[in-house]
Design a protein around this ligand. Structure first.
Ligand code: SF4
Length: 546
């Protein structure tokens, strides 16, 4: 069916026929050529299809914040290449799936989506489908074998190749598969089309040096690579110059930031440096790791006024035996002592977490220990997951897999304890005045309720009545990106309500830009990989196929 091209030990490149493309009277036939054992007769559509300049695109994102931010880069790359975002009217000319291999049934969902698009593509000649992200990195050429109507497959290390691969697939009328085994260019050095005018993601590292047994990330994203602090700060400054008020520093393990350039306190220093950037009102980060969370970071958080008192600290399990089996090197006592240190320095800190239920070998007693830690931790929120084996992870083959019924029962009990905790923590907010950065699209019932929604400095979601509490406070409309203050009137487990009106309203440049509706396009920032000291460059064109 296809052929795997000779490749270096770092690159997997494959060229296969595009199924579903038939020769037409108008098309230009290319001579048949031998590919492996199969003779291909393919038809070039290049001369009859529109160029990138008039083609539309849509990026569909699955998974974590890393993927959300990578999708901003993918959109930026496509815009720079001349594509434009598809409207509601019809199918896009290019549909890009940015996939996740962490979530349960990720592959079933992807192939289900691809199956649906096969018929859409059959009715829209020239349409292209690209698949990138973690699942593409994992499944490689398998994707075009299972879904031969896919045009491009690219991995987590070469998002910058997408426009080139699309162009080559169109020109050669052959699917292009390119997977690199190591990062060569930070995605941050690529242009981005930002989802928000008021809040921006800034990647500080990619990859992870840990080996949690349930996690596929290290094998798909590779070892940790840290960006230069100067590059990170330059990107933050660029966003602020564009009116952005809030940045979230992104890494699989932000607390090990600096390991690559020999400064174990680099993350705390980075937070303090963000505090020096005028106009930057809020700094957040995700995710920290209890193993590497050090007092200097707590001090930096407490002493840097624009760093938000919000901490997402993954617990995963409250049982030391299970943590050991997960290869998470902290223990529950250490975890709780970190939370105590954080609350001693920042009594108003909102702490959220991730918890996995039903890890292989988890006993009732282990699970009860998790419930105990959850009760003691006073979480403001928690993402809870039912363990299910992920192919390719060490835990998938561990003995003692827990029956799904037991996992579901424990999950339900955990949800009750988490909900009680988050509701109690939220109820402590009632009567307090909070500053909100007004958000777009976060309040699903806003239209029906007549409320707007914003995030408090501690990350809590607050739905508020946009009318003025006192005359004259709101002179014109409140836009996403504006800043308001409100008094909390009611608490629910996952949000707060402020129905007594707006106490203050500050119009911002981010609000102006949201109102204008022009997308925020930012250039790439970075000089490449610090360990290699290479000059800045865009992704090189991939090796020719076909
Ligand atoms: S710290 Fe553990 S869970 Fe997080 S990305 Fe690394 S290996 Fe995965």
């Amino acid at each position: 069916m296809g052929t795997v091209r000779p490749s270096s030990n770092r690159t997997f490149t494959q060229s296969v026929t595009l199924c579903g493309r038939r020769g037409t009277a108008e098309g230009l036939s290319r001579p048949g050529h031998d590919v492996g054992a199969t003779t291909l007769v393919v038809v070039s559509t290049a001369v009859t299809e529109p160029t990138a300049g008039s083609r539309t695109y849509q990026v569909r994102t699955f998974g974590c914040q890393m993927n959300v931010h990578d999708s901003e880069r993918l959109s930026g790359l496509l815009e720079e290449a001349g594509y434009r975002a598809a409207g509601e009217g019809g199918p896009a000319d290019v549909v890009v799936f940015n996939t996740c291999a962490v979530r349960e049934n990720a592959d079933n969902k992807l192939y289900g989506n691809l199956g649906h698009l096969a018929s859409v593509k059959a009715q829209h000649p020239g349409m292209q489908i690209a698949v990138g992200g973690c699942l593409a990195q994992k499944d490689r050429g398998e994707i075009v074998r299972r879904a031969p109507w896919v045009d491009v497959v690219f991995g987590t290390h070469n998002v910058g190749s997408l426009p080139t691969l699309l162009e080559r697939a169109r020109h050669n009328a052959q699917a292009q598969v390119e997977i690199l085994d190591a990062l060569e260019v930070f995605p941050s050095s690529l242009p981005a089309k930002r989802d928000s005018h008021y809040a921006g993601w800034v990647s500080i590292s990619v990859g992870c040096n840990n080996t949690c047994t349930f996690c596929i990330v290290p094998s798909l994203r590779g070892r940790e690579a840290d960006r230069r602090p100067g590059d990170v700060l330059a990107e933050v400054q660029m966003l602020v110059a564009d009116g952005v008020l809030e940045v979230t520093l992104l890494g699989q393990n932000v607390n090990s930031y600096g390991v690559q350039f020999g400064d174990r306190q680099a993350f705390g220093k980075l937070l303090r440096a963000c505090g020096e950037i005028g106009g930057l009102e809020r700094v957040r980060f995700t995710s920290p790791h209890p193993k590497d969370f050090t007092p200097d970071v707590i001090e930096a958080m407490a002493q840097t006024p624009n760093v938000c008192h919000q901490l997402h600290m993954p617990l995963q399990s409250g049982s030391d035996r299970v943590l050991k089996a997960m290869r998470r090197s902290y223990r529950s006592a250490r975890y709780l002592s970190i939370l105590a240190e954080v609350r001693a320095a920042m009594p108003d800190a909102a702490i959220t977490t991730d918890i996995i239920v039903g890890f292989p070998g988890e006993t009732d007693d282990d699970f009860e220990q998790t419930l105990d830690v959850v009760r003691e931790s006073r979480f403001a929120g928690a993402f809870t997951f039912q363990y299910s084996p992920r192919p390719g992870t060490p835990a998938a083959t561990l003995p003692g897999q827990i029956p799904p019924g037991v996992v579901a029962e424990r999950f339900g009990r955990l949800a009750e304890v988490v909900t009680a905790s988050t509701l109690a923590e939220n109820q402590r907010q009632v009567g307090r005045t909070v500053e909100l950065l007004v958000s777009a699209g976060e309040g699903r019932k806003d239209q029906a309720s007549g409320r707007l929604t914003g995030r408090a400095r501690d990350g809590r979601l607050v739905h508020f009545a946009p009318r003025p509490a006192t005359p004259g406070v709101v002179d014109r409309s409140i836009r996403p990106g504006d800043v308001v203050s409100v008094a909390v009137t009611r608490a629910a487990p996952h949000h707060l309500v402020a129905d007594d009106g707006v106490l203050t309203h500050r119009r911002t440049r981010a609000g102006d830009r949201s109102e204008e509706g022009t997308p925020l396009l930012t250039p790439g920032v970075g000089l490449g990989m610090p360990s290699l000291g290479r000059p800045a460059r865009r992704a090189e064109p991939v090796a020719a196929c076909g």
